[in-house]
Design a binder for this molecule. Structure first.
Ligand SMILES: NC(=O)c1ccc[n+]([C@@H]2O[C@H](COP(=O)([O-])OP(=O)(O)OC[C@H]3O[C@@H](n4cnc5c(N)ncnc54)[C@H](OP(=O)(O)O)[C@@H]3O)[C@@H](O)[C@H]2O)c1
Length: 315
């Protein structure tokens, strides 16, 4: 199995880089990658030619247009179009080249805004989506359905993993496009450095969210590949959530900020609670290892070590 040819799409992103590193550390030596400036996955012809030439046995699709609430809300077309084309091109080229196993990454935001908690896989398409990220969510749902249709019609083994909110090394700390954890780390760090200035955060702080360290997701991808896990969708998370206010207090402590925190309640809160039911993946034997406080502390250390080379995300 370790000499299986594996294509990791999006290997320079947070998930792709961690996955590549994990697979390499486990002795996988036949891994194919291509940066986006050499292979734009929105280009169907280029993707088809690449897949025809490389003939991987397994594909991990970790390339996508990804961002926080603000980026989603301001760039609906890119979030819908880029994700639809990237995933359609890669999934179809994999199918046409008889790739036996593919892991597609969805997201917990595909579930209905008011889904019962914790969210089970079967709640997909049982209610309306959170409007701010509907563009991204609809593209991801289409990706899940493409895999499901191939499994049903052609007997493929294309599995969609639905990770909860991720954080960790390699994250995007650009405040215009980042998710909540890297945004808070940067805000608290900079406020502490500049004389303990107040930190202004969006919303009421009341919504509850679940966070998974990206290393744990990489392990779930490895687990899926090594066990050739069957089935259409698996949630991936810790099964535990905390309020945004509690998260802010934790990050404030870790970064050594002692100033005031203000909450801008005119900004949207998003979905009130989002906790995944991870019992399906647990029943196969996968569990997360990294607890939030430890993961956040390590992520802050990574941020400090890489502060000069942080990526800028342009849309
Ligand atoms: N981050 C989270 O909290 C989270 C949560 C749940 C699910 N996920 C899912 O996990 C997957 C990976 O997310 P991530 O956080 O690792 O995102 P990321 O850090 O933004 O990485 C995305 C990768 O996709 C590549 N990419 C984007 N557009 C491309 C294109 N047109 N052609 C080729 N490559 C392209 C990027 O390459 P360039 O940098 O060169 O553009 C980058 O390497 C996504 O499917 C996402 O939906 C993420």
């Amino acid at each position: 199995m370790r000499d299986n040819k594996i294509y990791i799409a999006g290997h320079l992103g947070m998930v792709g880089a961690e996955t590549l590193q994990l697979f390499q550390s486990k002795g996988y030596s036949n891994i194919v990658t291509k940066p986006s400036d050499e292979l734009d996955l929105r280009n169907q012809k280029a993707v088809t030619e690449f897949m025809d030439r490389e003939q991987p046995e397994v594909v991990v699709l970790a390339a996508a247009r990804v961002g926080g609430i603000l980026a989603n809300d301001q760039n609906p077309y890119q979030f819908l179009y880029d994700n639809l084309t990237i995933q359609s091109n890669v999934i179809n080229a994999a199918h046409e080249n008889e790739v036996e196993h593919l892991v597609f990454l969805g997201s917990s935001c595909i579930y209905p805004k008011h889904a019962p908690q914790p969210i089970k896989e079967e709640y997909l398409l049982t209610g309306s989506l959170e409007p701010t990220n509907q563009w991204y969510a609809i593209a991801k749902i289409a990706g899940i359905k493409l895999c499901e249709a191939l499994n049903r019609q052609y007997g493929r083994n294309y599995v969609s993993l639905m990770p909860t909110n991720l954080y960790g090394p390699g994250d995007n700390f650009d405040l215009k496009t980042s998710h909540v954890v890297p945004a808070m780390i940067r805000k608290f760090h900079e406020a502490a450095e500049n004389g303990q200035l107040p930190v202004a955060l969006w919303g009421t702080g009341q919504p509850k969210r679940e966070f998974l360290h990206v290393r744990d997701l990489a392990k779930a991808i490895l687990f899926t590949v090594e066990n050739r896990l069957k089935g259409d969708i698996y949630n991936v998370g810790t099964g535990k959530d905390i309020s945004i206010k509690e998260l802010a207090n934790l990050i404030q402590k870790i970064t050594g900020h002692h100033g005031e925190i203000t909450w801008n309640t005119s900004k949207p809160d998003g979905t009130p609670r989002k906790l995944l039911d991870v019992s399906k993946l647990h029943s196969h034997g996968w569990r997360h290892n990294i607890e939030l406080q430890d993961g956040l502390t390590k992520t802050y250390q990574w941020y400090l070590q890489n502060i000069k080379e942080l990526k800028e995300v342009k849309l």
